[in-house]
Design a protein around this ligand. Structure first.
Ligand SMILES: [Zn+2]
Length: 327
């Protein structure tokens, strides 16, 4: 786990009323780069990812030290960086034996709890950020085969609402747990990163399989959903500096075997994009009942997914062999 604190409380005796300073609880993906100074929670299962997290910490610290947000913090930013080993497996550097949770689906729970505890100890618990773009936070199923638990909802607005109540009750302090990017596409989050942290993109990790594919400095598979969403988001603004194990968008996807995972993922994304291009709000509400939720605004979510569709069509139409999927 990497953690930033700001601003520092100097002395317990002279402690002023706690400021409404944020602490950010984030992962190692692109939105994590934009989490304002506060707590940053990530796992460090490999030396490469460990290095990436440290680079993200430095990039964020340098940026926000130079330009603290006047609306969210007061006084100079102090970028304290500490790392905590978190593992779902036995062994590792600590050689500890404990229960194993290999699915990663509980990782946000771990991050939120660690973020809240560290923030509370720093006296900076007013706001905790869970930084995730709206596409992956709301995470509508791309197809009928991906409904329910098949699509992860670790940063879903309902998860944040319920965890806010849980953390406030268990820690005895009122915590705000917010995702400032819930109505932004990944491309829109990338545009902020390009502006605020231009060196951050290559060191942010999006791949669901990064720990398994890491080899020779490559930690993106290039064919999973997050890799494809990342590639579309970055290429909608600039040349993607990421090194992918598989350059799927340059393949003749129509000729790939129907069981090819890259093909299945790409086709599902393309069909999802075309639904949000062609269908009315009413049709989309009928097709995606997940849009009806008291914890976010359905119309704003639909508009966000429509903007994602526009970004995707712009990028994919640049690959001649992929244009047939956009008809
Ligand atoms: Zn991947």
């Amino acid at each position: 786990m990497t953690f930033f604190c700001s601003p520092k409380i100097k002395s317990p005796k002279k402690r002023a009323p706690r400021r409404a300073a944020p602490t950010s609880q984030a992962r190692r993906g692109i939105p994590a780069l934009l989490a304002r100074p506060g707590g940053r929670v990530t796992r460090a299962p490999s030396s490469l990812l460990h290095t990436h997290q440290a680079l993200i910490a430095c990039a964020s610290a340098n940026t926000f030290a130079a330009r603290p947000s006047s609306t969210e913090t007061s006084g100079p930013v102090c970028a304290a960086h500490s790392q905590i080993f978190v593992s779902s497996r036995d062994g590792g550097p600590t050689n500890l034996e404990h229960d194993v949770e290999p699915s990663q689906r509980t990782r946000s729970i771990v991050f939120m709890i660690l973020g809240a505890i560290v923030a509370r100890r720093q006296g900076l618990h007013r706001i905790i950020y869970m930084a995730e773009n709206g596409q992956m936070a709301i995470h509508l199923p791309l197809s009928g085969g991906r409904i329910g638990a098949f699509s992860t909802h670790t940063a879903h607005p309902t998860v944040l609402t319920r965890f806010k109540a849980f953390l406030s009750a268990i820690l005895g302090i009122q915590i705000e747990l917010v995702n400032p990017y819930v109505y932004e596409t990944k491309g829109e989050v990338v545009s902020r990163v390009v502006k605020d942290l231009p060196d951050g993109l290559p060191v942010a990790t999006s791949c669901w399989r990064s720990a398994r594919v890491v080899k020779g400095g490559i930690n993106h598979c290039g064919e999973c959903i997050p890799c494809l969403i990342r590639r579309i988001a970055i290429e909608s603004h600039r040349i993607d500096p990421t090194r992918y194990r598989r350059d799927l968008l340059k393949e003749d996807i129509k000729r790939l075997d129907e069981g090819d995972e890259g093909r299945r993922n790409f086709v599902d994304i393309a069909e999802f994009v075309m639904r949000f291009t062609k269908q009315s709000n009413k049709e989309l509400l009928d097709e995606f009942p997940d849009l009806i939720c008291e914890d976010f605004d359905a119309n704003r979510a639909i508009e966000m997914y429509r903007r994602f569709g526009k970004e995707a069509r712009k990028v994919l139409s640049g690959y001649p062999q992929l244009r047939a999927f956009l008809a």
